[in-house]
Design a protein around this ligand. Structure first.
Ligand code: UDP
Length: 356
């Protein structure tokens, strides 16, 4: 069975790492070709993940990155079409909700190549998010939808997607969290910060709804400024660029670093006191590593985390952020919200059984 995997952004490298490993360990009948669209291209947003996570080198790199949504998606469509016509795989595999996901799904569908979508059915119900548009459209052209949770499955069914195309398999990011936990390592820079292990707030910010809005960004920075704990903030290149343009000042208790590799990120998550983020992946990783999460958004796709009490949605309001991060709250983590850590094997069993 020949599969073309289309990936292009940091969270997709992490998700693809576990699925690619499962293919090479247990599903050797699958022959995978990896296409990197080039959406994320900085060494610390791309290469480091291939090195650290042993992801097979992409056979193709489309070199499409740095433009706006329209330009990037358009260029990906054009380049992917030629490539898929040549490769003629049995299936195209896409992950998550980026422009690379949509471009892969759309190109394959138009060429009548079946699409499998990993992390299907997630919804924020906020159509102003580019990710929401990408997810909805991808789900509606995919033939196989791998949902991480029952909520995700229900979202798909409500949109009229046929139940027999949906497979609830858990979350591949949980597979990754379990596998890489033992391999995690302290970022070199951490030692020099003078911050105690277990006594810091880990923060990430990169969603356009925050980074593109000076009022929201100022609210977040003001909330972090009064946190009782030092804050460690590995900063996404987009956030860095926007903060510079907006002329916003980073509070003194916030230690900014370059984006870290996944192994360092897992270490930071495991050794933080709590996490504040607008990332989808980091919200779940907080839960996987037993940490409370304060989410810097007005809604989340990962509603189970909020319902179970380990995630608090605070938006960008400084007082709400400060109250939430300074709350002495301990949480009881409900187990098993996103499967049992064997999601990649479940997905590949479905893929291979469809062929036989
Ligand atoms: N991550 C990382 N280094 C960082 C920040 C995040 O390896 O400096 C990882 C994080 O552990 C998670 C993934 O990147 O697995 C999340 O990606 P991101 O927040 O960019 O995207 P989202 O999950 O919001 O789509």
């Amino acid at each position: 069975m020949r599969v073309v995997t289309v990936i292009g952004a940091r969270p997709q490298f992490i998700k693809a790492a576990v699925v690619s490993r499962a293919m090479s360990e247990s599903f050797r009948e699958i022959n995978e070709t990896i296409v990197h669209t080039g959406q994320h291209y900085d060494a610390n947003m791309s290469d480091i993940f291939f090195d650290q996570l042993d992801i097979p080198r992409p056979q193709y790199n489309l070199g499409v990155g740095g433009g706006g949504h329209g330009q990037n998606t358009g260029r990906m469509l054009e380049k992917l079409e030629g490539l898929l016509v040549e490769e003629r795989p049995d299936l195209v595999l896409v992950y998550g909700d980026t422009d690379s996901t949509l471009a892969g799904a759309l190109t394959a569908t138009k060429l009548h190549i079946p699409v499998a979508h990993i992390e299907a059915g997630l919804r924020s119900f906020n159509r102003r998010m580019p990710e929401e548009i990408n997810r909805v459209l991808t789900d509606h052209v995919a033939e196989l939808l791998f949902a991480p949770s029952l909520t995700a499955r229900d979202n798909l069914i409500r949109e009229g997607i046929k139940e027999n195309t949906i497979h609830v398999v858990g979350d591949v990011m949980y597979d990754a969290a379990l596998y890489y936990r033992e391999r995690s390592r302290c970022p070199e820079k951490f030692e020099r910060l003078g911050v105690e292990v277990g006594e810091f707030l880990l923060c990430t910010i990169h969603r356009a709804e925050n980074t593109d809005n000076p009022v929201r960004m100022q609210g977040i920075l003001s909330g972090l400024a009064v946190a009782d704990l030092p804050v460690i903030l590995p900063m996404h290149p987009r956030t860095k660029a926007k903060l510079t343009t907006m002329g916003l000042i980073i509070p003194g208790n916030v230690h900014v670093m370059e984006p870290v590799g996944y192994l360092e990120m897992v270490w930071l998550e495991m050794n933080s006191r709590l996490i504040a983020t607008d990332s989808g992946g980091v919200q779940k990783e907080a839960y996987f590593h037993g940490k409370r999460c304060v989410t810097l958004r007005d809604e989340t796709e990962w509603v189970e985390l909020v319902d179970s009490g380990c995630n608090t949605l605070v938006g960008s309001d400084d007082t709400r952020i400060a109250d939430a991060v300074n709350a002495p709250l301990q949480v009881e983590l409900k187990e098993g919200l996103y499967g049992d850590g064997d999601s990649a094997n479940r997905i590949l069993k479905v893929l291979t059984s469809k062929r036989s």
